[in-house]
Ligand binder design. Structure first.
Ligand SMILES: Cc1ncc(COP(=O)(O)O)c(C=O)c1O
Length: 371
């Protein structure tokens, strides 16, 4: 009987999704550029499957402990989940999560497809009260961009007892910090665009599940919805994933240091980062998370205009949307019309990258001073 242990994350990132070893077999999976395959095999057609996707899927699946499907974007993966809900289904979701999801939920509700109950996911009682009648509980934790932490173990277990489906967007935390499928969630979602790919050079999403019947439904949603990734992007994402633990650990270390320094900067009103002992979510986060991630937000004592100028003044940190790449990015979130009005006007979201932390701090200080 094999006693092989599951490799640790740094090893998994390097070893997962490789072709089987054989003389002259390549170390890396090939990029399969074909829409068409000879008849008789399991793939059938380029919208149904591709070896470049399956290499990436097996690697992400090993991290999230579930079978995985990759999609053309994070939003395509999320849309596939909502697409399998029956008309009139009740979705309970965070009132302040990624703005793209909030907008999508709003439009699905306006068209009569679903009913949405928005809740504050950091308020466990509020979430539990909304569970009866919920078909799908949509969780994002920590949330984008205020880093609110949901008590995932307690909420997921209560939702499963109530018979609700549970999906968790794990983009911010990543499986290095928490593994929602192991807590009982049905689906884990990623914007692969972010930490997995890690180099701001592609857009892709994934869904992972341990439920074989659900996997077939989600696979059919991809097959017939058509939101498939390109083989080159899948290959590139797997190349990026090889260094995901290295990048994430460095970025996370930088984030804690910058959050700590920002929290005592005279121009900063509040720092949103669950790794700070002063953060209202800190105790909860330490109870089940293995880290706090590498995105932090902070609001200024002055207003939106000043915050825009801070973002424009940086020399190292790029003024741009997105997160999870090796390079640090920041932006004022309310510059987007569809960002939640509960997000402070002057809130700047900073995706901390892997640069030298002293260079980043110097850049933040000079931007705050020069704005
Ligand atoms: C938490 C979260 N989920 C999902 C998405 C959507 O992913 P994508 O941009 O890959 O479609 C984003 C994008 O920023 C996000 O921040």
């Amino acid at each position: 009987m094999s006693t092989a242990k599951k490799p640790k994350p740094a090893t998994l990132a390097i070893s997962a999704g490789r072709p089987d070893p054989a003389p002259d077999a390549p170390l890396n999976p090939p990029i399969i550029l074909s829409s068409t395959f000879h008849a008789g095999g399991p793939l059938g057609y380029g919208r149904y499957g591709n070896e470049s996707w399956s290499a990436l899927e097996s690697a992400i699946g090993a991290f999230e402990c579930g079978s995985t499907l990759v999609f053309s974007s994070g939003m395509a993966a999320i849309s596939a989940v909502f697409s399998i809900l029956p008309v009139g289904a009740v979705v309970t979701a965070s009132h302040q999560g990624y703005s793209g999801v909030m907008t999508l939920l709003g439009s699905l509700e306006a068209s009569g497809k679903i009913e949405v109950r928005f809740v504050d996911v950091s308020n466990t009682e509020e979430v539990l009260t909304a569970l009866p009648g919920t078909a799908l509980l949509w969780l994002e934790s920590p949330t984008n961009p205020t880093l609110a932490v949901a008590d995932l173990p307690r909420i997921i277990s209560a939702a499963k007892k109530e018979g609700c489906g549970v999906a968790v967007d794990n983009t911010f935390a990543t499986p290095l910090v928490q593994q929602p499928l192991l807590m009982g969630a049905d689906i884990v979602v990623h914007s692969v665009t972010k930490y997995f790919a890690g180099h701001s050079d592609l857009v892709m999403g994934s869904l992972s599940t341990q439920d074989p019947a659900l996997l077939i439904r989600l696979s059919d949603a991809r097959k017939f919805g058509g939101a498939i990734p390109g083989p080159f992007e899948a290959w590139l994402a797997l190349r990026g994933l090889r260094t995901f633990p290295l990048r994430f650990e460095r970025a996370q270390e930088n984030a804690l240091e910058l959050a700590t320094r920002l929290s005592i900067h005279p121009k900063v009103d509040r720092v949103f980062y669950p790794g700070l002992p002063s953060d209202p979510q800190h105790m909860r986060a330490t109870s089940f998370m293995k880290g706090f991630g590498a995105v932090l937000s902070f609001s200024l004592k002055s207003g939106a205009e000043q915050a825009d100028r801070v973002c424009e003044s940086s020399l190292i940190i790029t003024y741009a949307t997105s997160l999870g790449g090796i390079e640090s990015l920041w932006e004022r979130r309310r510059r987007w019309a569809n960002e939640s009005s509960s997000v402070p006007e002057s809130l700047i979201r900073l995706s901390v990258g892997c640069e030298d932390v002293e260079d980043l701090w110097e850049d933040i200080v000079q931007s705050l001073e020069n704005a």
